[in-house]
Design a protein around this ligand. Structure first.
Ligand code: BV8
Ligand code: ZN
Length: 243
């Protein structure tokens, strides 16, 4: 078995605090397109037209069309082995936390509980008038609240601040972890893209799981060049043999 995989399995086994940052790549095996890859979500749509408050204000029907399309993909599929192994690792290692940029809700669905959804969740919507949060209805057109207010996806758009508590806890974990794993993210979106450099500055072992180099590969001590839905089960099987 690949010694780098064994190195990461041993680090996981010995870790007091592990932080795993995930991005769209960990949901690729579930058939959910990533943002910037060849099949990228952004390719079909101009990001400025969609994932910003201004775009929603200008054309809520278009933005909802994009989110309903994504919600249909998410509801029509399921978490993959990357999500399920991460949930198993979270059960086995009490010091393991996941901070995800993904809004598909798959980590929660797979059973992860020490989980920080820093960009929100498209599975939830919130009312622009009364602030009520509710599960996003899968339906064409713009959904409305029982109060008559328009609903918006409960996600963080560009130019919007991240949920304060989740961001604060993510930064604390990045500063205190002894093992930092980034999986399935291009490392382009802030402030999540800075978490690995914070962990590295505090002496953590840093690991990148991605088939190709990214904007943050130079901050990783260990590069596992593969697909998350293959790499995480491989690490898990090494840990299982250790029992
Ligand atoms: C904020 C919405 C401040 C929900 C998203 C500092 C410097 C520079 C810019 C900024 C900065 N601070 C703020 C900014 C602006 C902006 C930003 O970062 N812009 C970038 C583009 C330059 N950031 C913000 O606006 C953030 N807000 O900081 O507020 C502020 C302060 C005060 C007052 C007001 C504001 C908000 C950022 C959140 C934006 N919302 N999504 C949604 O619809 O999804 S971001 C969007 O990109 C998604 O959330 C997504 O998760 C995220 C990152 O993308 P990735 O997950 O990395 O996906 P990508 O396709 O890029 O890459 C996939 C990777 O997977 C690839 O590397 C591929 O190789 C790999 N892969 C593919 N298959 C696999 C795989 N890996 C493993 N296995 C596989 N099988
Ligand atoms: Zn309402």
């Amino acid at each position: 078995m690949h010694t780098e995989f064994q190195r990461v399995a041993t680090a996981l086994d010995r870790s007091a605090v592990t932080l795993v940052l995930t991005g769209a790549g960990v949901s690729a095996a579930s058939g959910i397109p990533t943002f910037r890859g060849a099949d990228g979500l952004w390719r079909k749509y101009r990001v400025e037209e969609l994932a910003t408050p201004g775009a929603f204000h200008r054309d809520p029907a278009l933005v909802w069309e994009w989110y309903q399309w994504r919600l249909g993909l998410v509801r029509g599929s399921a978490p993959n082995p990357a999500h399920t192994v991460l949930a198993e690792l979270g059960t086995r290692f009490a010091g393991l936390w996941i901070v995800t940029q993904n809004v598909d809700g798959y980590h929660r669905q797979a059973g992860s509980r020490r989980l920080l959804e820093i960009h929100g969740s498209l599975q939830r919507s919130r009312c622009l008038e009364c602030g009520t949060r509710k599960p996003t209805p899968l339906q064409p057109g713009i959904p409305y609240c029982s109060c008559g207010g328009m609903l918006r996806p409960d996600v963080v758009w560009f130019g919007e601040t991240l949920p304060v508590a989740a961001l604060q806890q993510s930064l604390e974990l990045a500063q205190n972890c002894d093992l930092f794993i980034t999986a399935g993210t291009s490392g382009l979106v802030e402030p999540a893209a800075s978490f690995m450099s914070i962990a590295a500055a505090n002496g953590a072992l840093t690991v990148e799981i991605n088939p190709i180099p990214t904007a943050v590969s130079n901050q990783a001590t260990v590069l596992l060049r593969g697909e998350a839905d293959q790499v995480f089960p491989a690490i898990w099987s090494i840990l299982e043999d250790k029992i």
